[in-house]
Design a protein around this ligand. Structure first.
Ligand SMILES: C[S@@+](CC[C@H](N)C(=O)[O-])C[C@H]1O[C@@H](n2cnc3c(N)ncnc32)[C@H](O)[C@@H]1O
Length: 253
């Protein structure tokens, strides 16, 4: 007898886990060219501040020490570029993303910024990285893990590719915990973001998915438990902007 397929969330919809990645890929194929502009419009530029807070936590060496960063679900390269700007001459970043359209935008941006010798782009799935064990000093994932169907697999892969002593950092939308702000945030999310998405990218549905997927993501304490379950030590998190986003950290010791 056939086993029923395991289900997961695609926004507020329950879908077979095997379908989620295709649905997510459609979202990012659709919005790739306007992805960075939409981030600025939706967050009023705040995503830049959150990303810089992640880079501060990463604290890549500014001197001559070599440093290898893997930025998974790295899309158009924002985290890798910011890290390269903060780092010394022997910094190298590998941006891994499952979506060729997002990567194409990223490669073009790297050329324009003259960073193509320090930042490289590879197509791959966070759940199954075609990368050797113990090969990176840090693993970052920003606004990406929410989209991955099997988050536990992605976390185990993060642990596997990090060197002992390596750092895991995950920036993700979280749970607004300031009374009053939660209602304003909900109103803004559901009433402004999808119409804005329609106006800028011609695609309201992808942005409806975005706001729904944020609501379905585990609360920070539960996500921290998942990071620990993957083997990480000294797991912690910090909330920013009233809980709109959280930065999670763990170490492979
Ligand atoms: C919201 S974007 C984040 C891009 C970038 N990190 C940033 O902060 O601007 C999410 C990215 O996750 C990628 N993604 C979704 N599922 C993935 C998977 N299983 N493996 C790798 N990347 C994935 C998408 O293609 C998309 O580029």
């Amino acid at each position: 007898m056939n086993q029923p397929d395991e289900t997961t969330h695609f926004g507020f919809r329950d879908v077979p886990i095997s379908d989620k990645q295709t649905l997510v890929n459609d979202v990012f194929h659709s919005v790739a060219r306007r992805y960075d502009l939409m981030n600025d419009l939706m967050s009023a530029g705040l995503h830049r501040v959150w990303k810089d807070l992640m880079i501060n936590a990463l604290n890549p060496p500014r001197g001559e020490a070599p440093f290898a960063l893997l930025d998974v679900a790295g899309g158009t390269g924002d985290i890798a570029f910011r890290a390269a700007k903060a780092a010394g001459s022997r910094f190298r970043a590998t941006v891994c993303d499952i979506n060729s359209d997002m990567l194409a935008v990223g490669r073009e941006r790297a050329r324009q910024r003259h960073l193509d010798d320090r930042v490289s782009f590879i197509e791959g799935n966070a759940e199954e990285l075609a990368l050797p064990n113990n090969s990176f000093d840090a693993y970052t994932i920003a606004f990406g893990i929410r989209n991955v169907p099997r988050i536990d697999r992605a976390l185990h892969e993060a642990f596997r590719v990090l060197r002992p002593g390596g750092r895991f950092l995950c920036l993700e939308f979280s749970t607004v915990d300031v009374p009053g702000l939660d209602r304003i945030y909900d109103l803004f999310s559901f009433n402004v973001i999808p119409p804005l998405g329609r106006a800028v990218t011609g695609d309201a549905e992808s942005y409806q998915y975005l706001v729904e997927s944020i609501r379905k993501f585990p609360k920070p304490g539960a996500f921290a438990d998942m990071i620990r379950a993957a083997g990480f030590s000294r797991v912690s998190w910090q909330s920013f902007s009233g809980g709109i986003v959280a930065l999670h950290s763990g170490w492979r010791l």
